[in-house]
Design a protein around this ligand. Structure first.
Ligand SMILES: [Fe+2]
Length: 375
């Protein structure tokens, strides 16, 4: 810690000498000046923490000197030593010089020493507050900076995560499509069938006003609806002639086989039921399978897929006939609405057909489910 210094200013040298004597053994440096100008010059060379000035001096009064010191050395603690006890001098000194104490002549030695100690303490305290304020300001700046960096990092990281998530979802859909294509490849006539059912079903779901997650699920379930055909003999699947009752039974097992295949796949758990029930009839008749569910008991994606599946199958070429036109599909949907099909799904689908016309059944259309959902 630097040694404390006090500067006394008085035109009477006796006073200065008395003060020096008084403070000879005190732990402080004592500087003296007998003129205001001299005091100001001295302060430039020899920093002091406390200045005690007489009021009545030639050239410049104590009040003026202390004001000048205040302007040049803001932190110096200023005190007035005066024989004048008039209130107006005290008030002026305090107002103009912002002085710390007013000491009257003649002074009490002990009081003067105590006042000086307090003035130094006052100085030290103000310096400490200043230092702490500076530290706080710097730390605040650092914190703000760190906050900005952190926000930026969080934003970056969130963006990266969202991108990764989208990459994963796309990869997931590609895998499912590959699986669906493998199923369709069992029969040359069903190439692209599952993908198109997924697309048609997504369009119906969106037309019905369902949320994105639901449309995505309908699409995935559409892609996978016939995955159980993996477990049906190729000879049965590709047989151009009428199926025997046994062969028909074998075909009818594909929804259950599909559900069994998908059951162990955790991330497909919500499409298992949709696959299992995609051949149920809305009226619960025994022409539906495997469980003869009825109405709302049939998962909604299954009801949507049945409409999409029917349309896709009718409009595609088969070994025994060319693909049928949309008017045939519309006729069929009307005919079986309320028995085989859920009327709400039929209505939604007819609205889509109305809007899109023949272009709806154009083959080899590019489709990106995520672009579709967001669009
Ligand atoms: Fe099927």
């Amino acid at each position: 810690m630097t040694q404390h210094t006090v500067l006394f200013v008085d035109d009477e040298t006796n006073i200065l000498k008395a003060l020096q004597r008084l403070l000879r053994h005190e732990p402080m440096r004592v500087l003296c000046a007998s003129r205001a100008q001299e005091a100001l010059e001295l302060l430039e060379r020899e920093p002091a923490q406390v200045v005690v000035s007489d009021q009545r001096m030639p050239e410049m009064s104590g009040v003026d000197l202390l004001q000048a010191i205040r302007e040049r050395h803001r932190d110096v603690v200023r005190m007035m030593l005066t024989g004048y006890t008039e209130m107006n001098v005290a008030v002026e000194a305090i107002n103009r010089g912002e002085i710390y104490r007013l000491i009257t002549k003649p002074w009490n030695d002990d009081e003067l020493k105590a006042t000086l100690r307090q003035a130094f303490d006052h100085y030290d305290l103000k310096q400490e507050i200043k230092r702490l304020n500076q530290v706080t300001r710097e730390q605040n700046f650092k914190l703000q900076d760190m906050n900005r960096n952190l926000e930026h990092k969080v934003r970056e990281r969130t963006k990266q995560l969202a991108e990764k998530n989208q990459e994963l979802r796309t990869a997931y859909v590609q895998t499912i499509r590959a699986l669906a294509e493998a199923v369709d490849a069992k029969d040359a006539y069903t190439r692209g069938h599952s993908e198109r059912v997924g697309v048609y079903a997504s369009k119906i779901a969106r037309e019905m006003g369902f949320p994105k997650e639901f449309i995505e699920r309908v699409y995935i379930a559409g892609l996978l609806h016939d995955v159980g055909k993996i477990g049906v003999r190729d000879a049965v699947i590709t047989k151009p002639d009428r199926l025997t009752p046994e062969e028909y039974e074998e075909i009818r097992r594909h929804p259950e086989i599909g559900a069994k295949i998908l059951e162990p796949v955790t991330f497909l758990s919500d499409v298992v039921r949709c696959v299992r029930h995609h051949h149920e009839w809305f009226d619960g008749s025994d022409r539906g399978y495997p469980d003869r569910l009825r109405g709302d008991d049939i998962p909604l994606p299954s009801r949507i897929i049945l409409v999409a599946d029917t349309c896709e199958a009718m409009t595609s070429d088969r070994p025994y006939r060319r693909g049928l036109g949309l008017e045939k599909v519309i006729e069929e949907l009307h005919k079986y609405s309320g028995t085989q099909f859920d009327p709400a799904c039929v209505q939604a689908f007819l609205r889509v057909l109305e809007r899109e016309g023949e272009s709806f059944i154009q083959k080899d259309q590019k489709f990106d489910i995520y672009a579709f959902i967001e669009g």
